[in-house]
Structures are given as structure tokens and as C-alpha cells.
Design a protein around this ligand. Structure first.
Ligand SMILES: Nc1nc2c(c(=O)[nH]1)N[C@H]1C(S)=C(S)[C@@H](COP(=O)(O)OP(=O)(O)OC[C@H]3O[C@@H](n4cnc5c(N)ncnc54)[C@H](O)[C@@H]3O)O[C@H]1N2
Ligand code: MOO
Length: 428
């Protein structure tokens, strides 16, 4: 049996071989998860010019007087003629600060507002508080030339895309999305839209296909296609032959365990060039796993039970697609206090991954027993409480959908009780 840590390294290595770099327009990175393939530094300062933080009046702080004659108005995007000494210029948010001005008085701190065309009368607050730099956004205060905008491996989040755009970056090097074929298996599985009802029905709707495709896409993969194959190895080879050259990886679900009709295992046996390893990982759920090359394509074979597949993707595939350090937690990790009405078991020698909910309300550790706050008035260190959502079985997909966290029960822990401190991964 392979440990979870070891298998995570194996999957990371397998997936690292699939990475290709491409240069793409920034505007092609908006709708899917993309990873920067190189560090990008700014060549310019942002803001590129000193500008007003408020709608108001550009002034020189040293020239302040209860009433100031007006210079022409400066709109955002317009040129800003120099401010004559002892004057104020109406100025809009984002407009360039004129030469000679060093502060802005917001319109709310004037008695005349924008109504008087010839002068502005300042309120006491403006006279008392206006110092050089007040309500001015200086050159380079957000980004200085040479600042790192994104690092290799960074996800291009909305804010990072905005930062790149604000520096005028039009294209950049990213990792090409891994082109994945998602394969679901099993004679009992039918696509959504096909009825499964009836007295003798032994059919189930395909839950894995949509759930796994969405999981992979959210981690930056390009799901080229989703196909279902019956429990016939020839059908699997056929599906592959049809897509040869168009995919980098197959992620299959099901057909890898101990039965008599395990289609992925049988297809691997029928392919003399296949280099698939079928193994058991010391994890529950998600024990059976397959990895290697089948029909000439890199392959990850996940277990068919819907929760097993999704937990496997969370533990192994998502981190590898995102290029996360295999030694570090793949989600924000914290300790939490377990709340459970009955003791819960966990298999010895396996990492149990329980689906759970972290409460919004947090327990104030260090707060006094009567609920009063600590001597310094703070509420103490916040430790969240966590409750398990349903049992450990891997068909409980709805419970997974209701969860926002995993509780990771280590290999040497066989029982969980109310009040135990546990390790939690916070899912997105
Ligand atoms: N004798 C043993 N039997 C099993 C073992 C074992 O160690 N010894 N392991 C169990 C565990 S744990 C798992 S997990 C499963 C994995 O089996 P497979 O990967 O071969 O998956 P299947 O048998 O094809 O399917 C399992 C289960 O999931 C349902 N399923 C499959 N595909 C879908 C889909 N697309 N949508 C919804 N549900 C799906 C399928 O109907 C089965 O109920 O093996 C155990 N057995
Ligand atoms: O490992 Mo199976 O994935 O427990 O259900």
C-alpha cells in the first residue's frame, strides 16, 4: 500500500511531464484558471502620474486661505495646466494633479462646492487638515518599476490580471492547459437525460462525468471531451483511437478495483505497450488508484465511487494541475475542534478524509468561562468548530456537496470524539 504523501509525489511527477509553455494575449486568460509560466516585472510606475483621490480642489497646502480664486477645471483624462500660486483648481477623481499643487481639498470640505465659478470658500476642516500629499495618489505608490507582478506558477487571479493590465502587459507566458479526456465507465452508468427508473432498473445517472470535468476545469485543465464507455476494453481503445493526438491525458473513473469486469484494468492487460500501475493508496475513500500510460496516452485511473473520485482529485490531481508543492497542504489548513454527537471510527493505517462543515461562528479560546472577553478586551485566539457531514461511505455525494472542509484523520487515529482537535482543509 502506498502512502498518501508518496502517491501525491507520484502524480505530481506524472503531471509535470505534461507541462508546456505558451505565450498568449492577456485577454485570453480571463475565463479559465491559467498559471503564469514566468515571473513578470513591471517596467512602469503605477500610478504613472500624481493624481487626485477625490472630487474637489487642487491646492498648494502652503497657499491655503479661507477663500481661493479658481483656476480652470481639470477633468480625468485631461491635460492639467500648472496651478497659479494662491489658486485652487476644481479637479475630478483620477485627474492629473497640476504642477504647483500638492494637495486636494474634497468638495465636502468647502462651503461653496462646485457652484461658484470664480472662487471656493474652504470649511474649517480643510484649513485644519490640508497638508502636502493629502488626497494625492503619488507616482508609483501602487507599483514601482521592477516590482514583481506575477511569479512563475501563480494563478492568474482577477486581481493579478488587473495588475498586469494596469502595467500595460498585453501578452504573457502561461502553462498551456492540459488537454484532458474524461472517461466514465460501467454498464450501469447512463448519461443524464436517459431514464434510470423502472421496476428492475439497475442503472445510475452519470454523476462522475460532470463532477470530474468541472473539478479539472476549475484547476486549469482543458476538458476536451467527456465520454462514457461500457465495460468492454475494446470500447475504451476505440474511444481513445478517435481522439489520438488531441489529448495530453486521460482521467478515467471506475473499472480499476477487484471485480471481474474492471474495464480499465482489462484494457491495460490487452495493450502490450501499456505501462499502468494499479495500486492501493492508504486513504479512505479513494483507495484503489491507477496511473501510467494506456493506449499511448498518459493516464490517471480514479475509482468509480463518486466521492472516492472527487476526494482523489482533491488530494492528487488538483494540486498537480496547479503545480502546488507536493509536500505542502493543498488547501488552507488549520486545526479545529470536532463537534460530534457520537464517537466516529477511522480505519487503522489509512488517512481518512471525512467531509465536514466548519462553523461560521468561532470559538474564542482564551475567552473567560463566563463569556466575558480577556483582560485586554480581545476575544482570544479563534479556533473554528467542525462537524462531520454524514458518514465515511463513498456513495454519499450529497453530503460532499454540503461540505466546505475535509477533516484529515491520520493513519494512527482510529476514533474521533467530541472535543478532539483535528486537522482541517478548508475547501474553496
Ligand atoms: N473486493 C473488493 N471490492 C472493492 C474494493 C476492494 O478493495 N475489494 N474496493 C472498493 C472501493 S474502496 C472502491 S472505491 C471501488 C472502486 O471500484 P472501481 O473503481 O472499479 O469502480 P466501479 O466498480 O466501476 O464503480 C464503483 C461504484 O461507483 C459507481 N459509479 C461508477 N461510475 C459512476 C458514474 N459515472 N456516476 C455515478 N456512479 C458511478 C458504480 O455504479 C459503483 O457503485 O471498489 C470497491 N470494491
Ligand atoms: O476507497 Mo473506496 O474509495 O473507499 O470507496
Amino acid at each position: 500500500m502506498v502512502s498518501v504523501a508518496e502517491y501525491r509525489r507520484i502524480v505530481a511527477e506524472h503531471m509535470a511531464n505534461l507541462r508546456r509553455v505558451e505565450t498568449v494575449p492577456l485577454l485570453d486568460c480571463l475565463t479559465c484558471t491559467r498559471l503564469a509560466a514566468a515571473t513578470v516585472r513591471s517596467e512602469v510606475p503605477v500610478p504613472g502620474f500624481a493624481n487626485s483621490q477625490m472630487d474637489g480642489f487642487a491646492v498648494r497646502a502652503a497657499d491655503l486661505a479661507p477663500a481661493l480664486p479658481l483656476a480652470p477645471m481639470i477633468a480625468a483624462g485631461a491635460e492639467a495646466p500648472a496651478l497659479p500660486a494662491g489658486h485652487a483648481a476644481p479637479i475630478m477623481t483620477g485627474a492629473r494633479l497640476p504642477e504647483g499643487a500638492d494637495a486636494v481639498v474634497p468638495v465636502e470640505e468647502t462651503l461653496t462646492g462646485f457652484t461658484d465659478a470664480t472662487s471656493v470658500t474652504l470649511a474649517e476642516a480643510a484649513l485644519a487638515s490640508t497638508t502636502p500629499g493629502r488626497f494625492v495618489r503619488g507616482i508609483g505608490t501602487d507599483i514601482a518599476p521592477g516590482d514583481v507582478l506575477v511569479r512563475e506558477g501563480d494563478v492568474l487571479t482577477p486581481a493579478r490580471l488587473g495588475v498586469l493590465a494596469s502595467c500595460g502587459v498585453t501578452e504573457l507566458e502561461v502553462y498551456a492547459p492540459v488537454r484532458v479526456l474524461v472517461v466514465t465507465t460501467g454498464d450501469e452508468v447512463v448519461p443524464v437525460g436517459t431514464p434510470v427508473t423502472g421496476h428492475h432498473s439497475a442503472l445510475v445517472h452519470d454523476a462522475n462525468g460532470p463532477a470530474m470535468s468541472a473539478t479539472l476545469a476549475a484547476a486549469g485543465a482543458h476538458v476536451v471531451d467527456l465520454v462514457h464507455v461500457r465495460d468492454e476494453p475494446a470500447a475504451l481503445h476505440e474511444a481513445l483511437a478517435l481522439r489520438a493526438g488531441a489529448i495530453d491525458l486521460v482521467v478515467s473513473m471506475g473499472g480499476i478495483s477487484m471485480g471481474q469486469r474492471e474495464v480499465v484494468k482489462l484494457a491495460a492487460e490487452a495493450d502490450p505497450d501499456s505501462r499502468m500501475e494499479f495500486t492501493k493508496v492508504a486513504m479512505q475513500p479513494g483507495g484503489p488508484q491507477g496511473i501510467g500510460t494506456l493506449a499511448g496516452v498518459p493516464w490517471i485511473g480514479l475509482p468509480g465511487n463518486p466521492v472516492s473520485g472527487l476526494v482523489s482529485a482533491e488530494m492528487f490531481l488538483r494540486p498537480a494541475l496547479l503545480g502546488l508543492d507536493p509536500e505542502a497542504p493543498a488547501r488552507p489548513q488549520s486545526r479545529a475542534v470536532l463537534r460530534t454527537s457520537t464517537p466516529e471510527g477511522s480505519p487503522a493505517g489509512k488517512l481518512q478524509v471525512r467531509r465536514a462543515r466548519v462553523a461560521q461562528a468561532v470559538q474564542a479560546v482564551g475567552a473567560q468561562a463566563d463569556g466575558a472577553s480577556t483582560a485586554d478586551g480581545s476575544a482570544g485566539t479563534a479556533v473554528p468548530e467542525v462537524s462531520l457531514v454524514s458518514g465515511p461511505s463513498s456513495h454519499l455525494l450529497r453530503a460532499y456537496a454540503e461540505s466546505n472542509a475535509f477533516v484529515l484523520v491520520p493513519e494512527d487515529v482510529t476514533e474521533l470524539r467530541d472535543g478532539d482537535e483535528v486537522t482541517v482543509w478548508h475547501l474553496g
